[in-house]
Ligand binder design. Structure first.
Ligand code: NAD
Length: 413
């Protein structure tokens, strides 16, 4: 058996939408002359986005959006390609991660593609003169949109930002199916224990939580959902999950997975109620959803029984097992590769579309957070269906007339 020197080769096969964009754009190179700064989880599929942007003519500067999710072989490979520069390496400390993002920004990119609003927030906060020169940005995750919305409310945004996360082509697939599958797979691999038969508590029933809960049930788990939003709680109930408050869920859960986008969802009073052996994992963007300081203060001792698991022994001798340091379990666990490639293919295709549309079409958009035009999202869906060889029906003329006939003149009744 031989492995390849090209760490993107497998991912390319499973990213047909990105490959089709590269094939279409590499003659004309419409992004030539633009420098794009990108922060994301640096693994092979993200590498395909970097490569596609470069094929379209852009100079690409890339860094990480999470210090622990970087794959060194991918970084090295990309950094060796013309027009691509890495500002990241595997195993960086939090301080080095921060420094690398500043170094990238100091190269004065024209456009920022972001994950968690890392670069966009930093350039406004600490490099305001550079922010004024930037032409636009795109943000791919829920947590980053929350931050960008706060910046817009404060009136500090200096350029237009496309909300990639809010496109159906992103959150219908990436958040639901990508996070759903990869979070559970990584909990299982990290612990080498079963999901089936366990009580899985999912905190947050948004796009990610809904995917996680649904797939956990598919694997045979008893699913419990906690929420703060009454309609989401009702939706979880109607979808067949048991809805409990976290104090109630804490007493019965075997596996806890947070995906709320907020902080301290699981905290001291919950740790106090948990069963011996409980597993705690986070799938939300930042490592704040489980109160890690509270857990460390509460615990009597800490050990590492297995790679990727920190065991906190409580004063009454229970073991609470924290996975992947409370960071994104699907991206920073010991065997983690993030979302399946076919899923990130469409997320990254929408990132590419954000850069291409804002940089090359005449928009005249002022600073602010904007939706990507629906027709571009639809085009990407059509492109994806083509790669899957799936046909859809066409709307007939009669159906168009029927939809427009508000007087019902042509109807049968
Ligand atoms: N792991 C990944 O690869 C991945 C992928 C996509 C998004 N994310 C991240 O996952 C998080 C959730 O994303 P989403 O798209 O599902 O967001 P969402 O806004 O659709 O859902 C979040 C849900 O959490 C609920 N919530 C908020 N506070 C809560 C609390 N204290 N207790 C229980 N529920 C609470 C909200 O009511 C909402 O329904 C974000 O941080 C996002 O950036 C991670």
């Amino acid at each position: 058996m031989s492995t390849t020197d090209d760490p993107l080769s497998w991912a390319r096969e499973y990213t047909p939408v990105l490959q089709s964009l590269g094939d279409e754009y590499d003659d004309e190179e419409p992004l030539a002359g633009y420098t794009i700064g990108l922060a994301t989880h640096m693994e092979a599929v993200s590498g395909c986005l970097v490569e596609t942007l470069a094929r379209a003519g852009a100079e690409v500067l890339f860094t990480a959006s999470e210090p622990q999710s970087t794959h060194g072989d991918v970084v090295q490979y990309l950094d060796d390609q013309p027009g691509i520069t890495a500002f990241v390496r595997e195993g960086m400390s939090d301080a080095e991660f921060d420094e690398a993002q500043h170094e990238l920004l100091e190269r004065e990119p024209d456009f920022l593609l972001d994950d968690g609003c890392e670069l966009i927030a930093k350039v406004h906060d600490e490099h305001p003169e550079i922010a004024k020169q930037i032409l636009g940005g795109g943000e791919q995750t829920t947590a980053g949109i929350t931050r960008a919305e706060a910046m817009e409310r404060d009136g500090v945004l200096e350029f237009p930002v496309y909300s990639v996360n809010d496109t159906p082509m992103k959150h219908f697939f990436d958040n639901v199916h990508g996070t759903g599958e990869s979070a559970l797979v990584n909990v299982s691999i990290t612990t080498n224990t079963v999901i089936t038969g366990q009580t899985v508590v999912v905190a947050g029933y948004g796009y990610c939580g809904r995917g996680i809960a649904r797939k956990a049930r598919g694997l045979g788990a008893q699913t419990v959902v906690t929420e703060v939003e009454p309609r989401k709680a009702l939706q979880a109930h109607m979808d067949g999950h048991r809805v409990l408050s976290m104090p109630e869920a804490a007493e019965i859960g075997d596996i806890f997975i947070t995906s709320t986008g907020t902080r301290d969802v699981i905290r001291r009073e919950h740790f106090e109620a948990m069963q011996d052996g409980a597993q705690l994992a986070n799938a939300g963007h930042f490592d704040v959803e489980i109160d890690l300081d509270g857990l460390a203060e509460y615990a009597e001792s800490v050990s590492e029984p297995r790679e990727g698991i920190t065991r906190y022994t409580t004063p009454d001798g229970r073991h609470l097992n924290l996975l992947a340091d409370g960071r994104l379990v699907n991206l920073t666990g010991p065997a983690s590769d993030g979302h399946p490639a076919e899923i990130i293919d469409t997320t990254h295709a929408m990132m590419f579309v954000a850069a291409d549309d804002l940089l090359t079409r005449d928009h005249d958009l002022g600073p602010g957070l904007y939706a990507i035009p629906d027709r571009l999202d639809r085009q990407m869906a059509e492109r994806k269906l083509e790669t899957l060889d799936i046909d859809t029906d066409a709307v007939t003329e009669k159906q168009v007339a029927y939809a427009e006939d508000w007087r019902n003149e042509g109807s049968a009744f």
